[in-house]
Design a protein around this ligand. Structure first.
Ligand SMILES: NC(=O)c1ccc[n+]([C@@H]2O[C@H](COP(=O)([O-])OP(=O)(O)OC[C@H]3O[C@@H](n4cnc5c(N)ncnc54)[C@H](O)[C@@H]3O)[C@@H](O)[C@H]2O)c1
Length: 257
């Protein structure tokens, strides 16, 4: 499938390489010209086991390309992924200016139907903002005739095992109310969905909340265990024994405690 990914950070680059490796034709767009230049030479500046090899092999095979030219990226993919950063603002809220800048660039250059897929971690309601941004720009261009879908497809990879997580995901969340977008994303992810059904389809807002809920639950588990470790120290208990004792309960489990 023809795919464009905006943002070649952890999420965008790993996703791009994993998709190219199963046969998609992927163009990556980034505003960082130096990074794009390095990626064109096959140099990956983050260390993730297996990533540089995947980038080099798939670039050599012609299935993975890098550009700073948004117009070229928009023209390429029927699926347009937004995987740019969402850094916290001073009040802790996610800064959406990069996400919405990409939405605007897609609308500025599109000449046919596009499915815009938000992979960045974003607060609930961002899908609506992306939709409004695209609609506004199309109106300004006098191109209300152009159609588009917006979907949410949050990422759950962990730094350090990003390639493995991306190639063997626990679940693939597709948030959309468009049957066509669902079908396109099901086709894209079919190679990662072979052994058992991992795709879970829901509305855009539910998908956005799923990512925040997962992050909050994992943070709560870690914080809880840190508190327990402090308590164990004060009480003369061994936190490792406590961890074993509570993790044996399948309702609790050993992960992240
Ligand atoms: N890193 C993780 O472990 C992880 C895991 C899950 C989800 N996420 C989420 O995924 C999103 C991306 O995270 P990341 O770690 O890959 O970010 P990152 O900061 O590593 O990379 C973001 C990239 O986007 C580029 N960019 C910014 N504006 C652009 C534009 N207008 N057009 C094209 N490229 C642009 C930047 O130059 C940069 O290369 C964030 O919302 C993050 O919260 C991250």
């Amino acid at each position: 499938m023809l795919v464009t990914i905006f943002g070649t950070g952890y999420v965008g680059l790993v996703q791009a390489a994993a998709l190219a490796d199963v046969g998609s034709d992927v163009v990556c767009v980034d505003v960082d010209a130096a990074k794009v230049e390095r990626l064109r030479r096959g140099e990956v500046s983050i260390y993730e086991p297996g990533l540089e090899k995947l980038v080099r092999e798939n670039s050599a095979a012609g299935r993975l390309r890098f550009t700073t030219d948004a117009a070229e990226g928009v023209q390429h993919g029927g699926l347009q992924f937004i995987a740019v950063g969402t850094p916290p603002d001073e009040d802790g809220s996610a800064n959406l200016k990069y996400v919405l800048a990409v939405a605007d660039a897609i609308a500025a250059h599109m000449e046919e139907h596009k499915t815009v897929v938000v992979k960045s971690t974003v607060p609930v309601g961002t899908g609506d903002k992306v939709r409004a941004t695209i609609a506004r720009r199309l109106r300004e261009r006098g191109r209300e005739d152009l159609t588009f879908d917006v979907a949410s497809n949050p990422e759950f990879l962990k730094e350090g095992s990003a390639v493995a997580d991306c190639r063997r995901p626990d679940r693939i969340i597709i948030g959309t109310d468009s049957a066509a977008a669902e079908e396109a994303l099901r086709e894209l992810y079919a190679p990662f969905n072979r052994n058992h059904e991992k795709i879970i389809v829901m509305g855009v807002r539910s998908a956005e909340l799923t990512k925040y809920a997962a992050n909050a639950m994992l943070a709560a588990k870690i914080s809880f265990m840190n508190e327990m470790a402090n308590l164990a120290d004060r009480l003369g208990a061994d936190i490792e024994h406590v961890r074993h004792g509570i993790g044996a309960d399948p309702r609790i489990g050993y992960h992240f405690i």
